[in-house]
Design a protein around this ligand. Structure first.
Ligand code: HEM
Ligand code: HEM
Length: 180
């Protein structure tokens, strides 16, 4: 049955993943532009560990989404906008899964071990060395910037609903609004 609202787990996962992705992008841009050294290494390790954390949260989020579903979009939204909303949500789900997987695969192939917060070794057995790893990381970067672009349009659409259309779209993704 279609739920009437997003559960608090769905809302929490949505906002935690969004904040972590924003942080990961800022750390990534900083780390690749720093000179070699301790700080750069530390930022790479943080980027990889938080990136894998996002992957785990996204897997949990997709399981919740598949088992619970999502509420219907607000009434009165034109058909093309409904199609655009569904397509962009599907694309966002695809990218938040693909981006960390590519980062993980590329790093494992190219050059560095993947160690989750120094606690668990998670390097994947991918051969091909530097050339393969660099190519995968190139796609990782491209997909990550596409994700940023889509997320900005998505956030602008949410604000448009809230401030201009004045419907409940944004409110229903916020804490404390259990019923639509
Ligand atoms: C949702 C999660 C992630 C996001 C949003 C993300 C985002 C990015 C972005 C935007 C860049 C490009 C920075 C630039 O060149 O200006 C980047 C680079 C990189 N990412 Fe990620 N990343 C994520 C997850 C991961 C994971 C899980 C790993 C590895 C386990 C990883 C490893 C790397 C590495 C090694 C680079 C640097 C590539 C280079 O030196 O050119 N990332 N990431
Ligand atoms: C990296 C950042 C973000 C990602 C990856 C993301 C991803 C998603 C996805 C996949 C959905 C569909 C949920 C579902 O049906 O299961 C969604 C819904 C939603 N997001 Fe985001 N989001 C991000 C940031 C934001 C921001 C910054 C805002 C607000 C300014 C926002 C507002 C919303 C709202 C209001 C919904 C509910 C739409 C509805 O079903 O009516 N999101 N988001």
């Amino acid at each position: 049955m279609t739920p009437t609202h997003y559960s608090s787990t769905q809302k929490a996962l949505h906002w935690v993943v969004a904040v972590l992705i924003a942080g990961l992008v800022l750390v990534a841009i900083t780390m690749v532009n720093l000179g070699e050294g301790d700080l750069q290494n530390r930022l790479y390790e943080l980027h990889k560990s938080f990136g894998l954390t996002v992957l785990a949260l996204v897997l949990a989020r997709i399981l919740v989404r598949l088992s619970r579903g999502a509420p219907e979009l607000e009434a009165g939204i034109p058909a093309w906008q409904r199609r655009a909303a569904h397509a962009s949500h599907a694309a966002l789900y695809g990218l938040i899964l693909l981006v960390p997987l590519l980062g993980w695969a590329g790093t494992s192939a190219c050059c560095a071990p993947v160690n989750w917060f120094g606690l668990v070794s998670l390097t994947l057995p991918i051969s091909g060395g530097m050339p393969v790893g660099e190519r995968i990381l190139g796609v990782h970067k491209l997909a990550a910037f596409l994700l940023v672009f889509l997320a900005l349009i998505h956030a602008a659409a949410a604000l448009h609903h809230h401030l201009i259309r004045r419907d409940g779209t944004l409110r229903r993704m916020l804490p404390g609004h259990g019923r639509v």
